[in-house]
Write a protein that binds this ligand. Structure first.
Ligand code: ATP
Ligand code: MG
Length: 576
């Protein structure tokens, strides 16, 4: 029995109803033991974390069952689509670590076949050319409680339909003048079955086919036939298509099986040809997140964010710039699971996934976000000492680095208090603290400005405390620091959730009204240790005590490196 699930998938991989279905299909020998899935994005925007769920599902299933997964652009709406989106989508899928089978597919690549199949439906009396305007057609369609009415053109002769359809194709009519509709049942309780439109006229240039076509097939008509052509076995889509499944099946069942088989990729192979089967699963929804492509596009166009790849966006391009790793996203999608029931996932789960991955994989480094100068008076001018520090507290294989210690260093303003609150364990006048990976220092003198604010600390160093406890006293606080002379000035951007409402897309609110004003804080004059910027350095770091950060390749320059905070070390939001 072709049943690799039990031995191939890791024990951490929870099963789900789709795996059960595939196991059953394989056990029954359906599809001749083949598993062939596809990911069918419409190139009308960038991919977001919801798409990642579908990508992980389709590609992982194919991998698990030693099957194949196609990438097919569902490009039947040229007015909203573009090559920019096509390129970005391919890039994102590869970045996630998946490779589609063979060449990239396009629904538009099947336009000729789709046209021929439409002619076949007309010839068998199952489709007709309709002259109702889109508004009229809506009127005739009826409602959930009332049946629709037949189009006056429903009984047009086959001969005339064939002629009209070919004239539609030739460009003899204007947009909206005619459409091709399936002849199913205007009284069907399922509105999708009330003579749905198969083709509409659109005089518009297409990003793949140029000006070859002025009629374009609808999603419902195109999707099932594209699946059939590619020999897809399991066509997985989200729940909103459940009511479209009868139409998916109707179209395939009303076409000649042999001609579908002949038009398919399997035509010349030994494989048994079986029609694809649509199965729906629940969309990924995340709280505090806007995921609708329309809203995302609007946010980009109106300048709420800086682009599709703004690190606050839930797009894969944005998340990548924010410092998310492919593994963290794949793990998240796996842990969310696949179900039929809609549910909203807590954003904290995604944040946990990235923390979990970076905790294991990100080298440690030090960066001072709000520098306060400290002069180490025990050292001479020009003192330079390279301290070896391990890159990871547990993972020895990640090696170590040299961290320069000099007479002047920076510590973070927040690590010094002239008038410390009770329990303050860091540096205070006359007090001691350990510099991470280095010595214990004592604050002997505070230099202040006219407002009485500390602008420099003068500290002595207990030279006997490198890697050793101080004699006869306890020093509790450990703070991070960077050499003032050798550290590199950087810009650091602190990102937070874009929305402060749990359901920014909900009916009760307008997402514009729940933007988190603190979703981006830009800090200039931060100082980072040199190792974070040496050639070949990792792009993700844990800046000790501050969180996980990554270098922003797009905005960094030789003069000014820019780091983005991916996520804080701990969940600070739940307490807000
Ligand atoms: P639209 O079609 O409105 O532009 P879409 O989000 O459905 O938006 P597609 O490009 O059609 O975008 O989606 C590609 C695939 O990703 C589809 O199979 C779709 O069902 C799936 N998908 C989209 N959003 C989610 C989500 N939030 N969770 C899981 N899968 C999703
Ligand atoms: Mg869609």
């Amino acid at each position: 029995m072709n049943h690799p699930d039990s031995d191939k998938s890791s024990p951490a991989t929870p099963s789900n109803f789709i795996r059960h279905m595939i196991d059953k299909d394989l056990a029954e020998g359906k599809h001749g033991g083949r598993v062939h899935t596809r990911f069918p994005p419409e190139p009308n925007g960038y991919l977001h974390i919801g798409h990642a769920k579908s990508i992980c599902l389709n590609f992982s299933l194919a991998e698990e069952y030693q099957g194949l997964c196609n990438l097919r652009f569902d490009d039947t709406n040229p007015e909203k689509e573009s090559q920019e989106y096509v390129d970005a989508i391919k890039e994102n899928i590869k970045w996630l670590g998946f490779q589609w089978s063979g060449e990239v597919r396009y629904s538009s690549g099947y336009f000729d076949a789709l046209y021929d199949f439409a002619v076949q439906l007309i010839e068998s009396g199952k489709a007709y050319v309709c002259s109702l305007s889109p508004e009229k057609a809506r009127e005739y369609r009826g409602t959930l409680t009332e049946p629709g009415r037949n189009s006056p053109d429903r009984d047009r002769s086959i001969k005339e339909n064939l002629d009209m359809f070919s004239r539609m194709r030739k460009g003899e009519f204007a947009d909206g003048d005619y459409s091709l509709r399936a002849k199913i049942d205007m009284a069907s309780p399922n509105i999708n079955m009330r003579d749905p439109v198969l083709y509409r006229i659109r005089h518009i240039v297409h990003h793949q086919t140029g000006d070859k076509w002025c009629i374009y097939p609808t999603y419902d008509y195109t999707h099932c036939i594209s699946d059939a052509i590619e020999g897809i076995t399991h066509s997985l889509c989200t729940l909103e298509f459940e009511d479209h499944r009868p139409l998916y099946d109707w179209i395939l069942n009303n076409l000649d099986f042999d001609s579908l088989c002949a038009a398919s990729d399997l035509a010349d192979s030994e494989s048994e040809y079986v029609l694809p089967q649509q199965t729906e699963f629940a969309k990924l929804k995340l709280n505090y997140t806007v995921m609708g492509k329309r809203h995302l596009r609007e946010m980009v166009e109106s300048g709420i964010v800086e682009g599709w790849d703004d690190p606050r966006m839930p797009t894969l391009a944005g998340m990548r710039r924010r410092g998310f790793t492919p593994a963290s996203i794949r793990n998240f999608c796996e842990s969310v699971g696949v179900a039929r029931a809609e549910s909203v996932v807590d954003l904290a789960m995604l944040e946990h996934a990235i923390r979990d991955d970076l905790d294991k994989t990100a080298p440690r480094a030090m960066c001072v976000l709000q520098p306060l100068k400290v002069t180490l008076t025990s050292f001479e001018e020009g003192h330079l000492e390279n301290l070896e520090m391990s890159n990871h507290p547990k993972e020895e294989s990640m090696g170590s680095r040299q961290v320069p210690l000099t007479r002047s260093i920076y510590i973070d303003r927040a690590d010094f208090e002239q008038e410390p609150p009770p329990g303050f364990k860091r540096l205070i006048p006359g007090g001691e603290v350990r510099l991470r990976g280095a010595y214990v220092i004592r604050c002997d003198e505070v230099v202040t400005n006219d407002q009485g604010e500390a602008i420099e600390l003068r500290c002595s160093v207990d030279l006997d405390t490198l890697g050793k406890k101080p004699e006869g006293r306890k020093v509790k606080g450990v703070i991070h620091w960077v050499s003032a002379e050798q550290g590199i000035t950087a810009r650091v951007r602190l990102y937070d959730r874009l929305f402060n409402h749990e359901k920014p897309e909900g009916k009760e609110v307008d997402y514009h009204d729940c933007l988190n004003p603190e979703s981006l804080l830009v800090l200039d004059g931060c100082v980072v240790e040199p190792s974070a910027l040496t050639e070949g350095a990792s792009s993700n770091f844990q800046f000790e005590r501050e969180g996980y950060f990554c270098i922003d390749k797009k905005d960094s320059s030789a003069e000014l490196p820019v780091f983005n905070r991916t996520i804080t070390l701990r969940d600070s939001w739940s307490g807000k």
